[in-house]
Ligand binder design. Structure first.
Ligand SMILES: Nc1ncnc2c1ncn2[C@@H]1O[C@H](COP(=O)(O)OP(=O)(O)OP(=O)(O)O)[C@@H](O)[C@H]1O
Ligand SMILES: [Mg+2]
Length: 311
């Protein structure tokens, strides 16, 4: 499978007054044609920053270096207007959280914004399509939801609006940032089935989630992030059967079905993170090298893993 998107040594540093946060530490990752790549990681690991970098949505205080190649073209060094056109025509996003919704726009306008802006869909058609999409999501009165503002809708309804935003236009690449957050089991099933349908129509998908069960069901490969680093990338089955990185094993052991053993220690502060392997203070398998030096990414069989155990 060829790469559709390649993240090459992507670094993102946020500057805030005198402080800086290295949100991505030099990420190398490819999204392959035909796949669903599941991205897993605790809060603050850089998952949303990774997606926002691909959409050129990062704020002014973010210093970005490296490359994001889409079909070989670098979206970061390209002229902004050209990049936004390419992104708008080819990528779609189910954003994380209701903050992504404009409080002054009705839902239908936000759902159909992308097809209206990039695919010549008119207002009436956009309105009709948004209602139709909402209707497929188990809403009794889709037209009422379509005509509501953010503050008028419940959490479950708003999450449906976010999902509809990502599903409203044709896309080569679909990015989903926590698409099942705050949804009950029934709605989660619906998102899984929508995702499977969207998969047939798109070239590749990147799905970010904390929900391991959900990622196991929908992903072909799993990428594990921790404090701005990718620690492991492997095929989904391989990941759940024999995780390579100590952090991956710890994450799996924290699942209720595997003994509910919490990971010891705390996620470090991103303002002053550990120098070497960022997981090293919490790692039971650390040795003298881990605290000082960032381990290199190594290929072990089919798996990429960033740990001195394999170096
Ligand atoms: N605009 C910003 N200014 C400063 N720091 C930021 C900004 N946006 C993100 N960060 C920092 O970058 C790091 C990565 O954030 P990100 O939102 O990507 O995490 P995440 O993995 O998506 O977490 P979650 O699972 O909670 O959504 C965090 O330490 C966060 O505080
Ligand atoms: Mg996030």
């Amino acid at each position: 499978m060829g790469s559709l998107i390649e993240f090459v040594d992507l670094k993102v540093i946020f500057h805030m007054g005198g402080m800086q946060v290295v949100a991505l530490r030099g990420v190398d990752l490819d999204l392959r044609r035909g796949e669903v790549l599941g991205v897993l990681g605790e809060s603050g690991s850089g998952k949303t920053v990774l997606i926002h970098a691909a959409f050129r949505l990062l704020p002014e205080n973010a210093k970005v270096s490296g490359k994001i190649l889409y079909q070989g073209k670098d979206l970061l060094s390209m002229d902004r207007r050209r990049a936004m056109r390419l992104i708008g025509q080819n990528f779609s996003l189910i954003p994380q959280g209701f903050g992504a919704l404009n409080p002054f726009l009705k839902s239908w306008l936000q759902i159909s914004e992308r097809p209206m802006e990039h695919f010549g869909v008119g207002k009436e058609e956009g309105h009709r399509r948004a209602e139709f999409l909402l209707g497929t999501m188990g809403i009794n009165q889709p037209s009422r939801t379509a005509n509501s503002y953010r503050h008028q809708l419940s959490g479950g309804m708003l999450q449906r609006v976010l999902v509809a935003m990502g599903a409203s236009g044709p896309s080569q690449v679909v990015f989903l940032d926590e698409p099942t957050k705050g949804l009950d089991e029934g709605m989660k099933r619906l998102v899984v089935s929508l995702l499977k349908k969207a998969r047939e129509r798109s070239d590749a998908m990147m799905v970010v989630s904390h929900d391991l069960g959900f990622l196991e069901e929908v992903s072909d490969r799993i990428c594990v992030m921790y404090c701005g680093d990718i620690l492991e990338v492997s095929k989904v089955r391989e990941f759940f059967v024999s995780p390579r990185h100590p952090y991956s094993s710890a994450l799996l052991n924290s699942l209720p079905s595997r003994g509910l053993k919490p990971i010891e220690g705390e996620i470090p502060s991103m303002v002053s993170p550990p120098d070497g392997c960022r997981f090293s203070p919490r790692c039971r398998q650390r040795d003298a090298r881990c605290a000082n030096k960032r381990p290199p990414m190594k290929a072990v069989d089919d798996v990429m893993v960033r740990c001195f155990k394999y170096a």
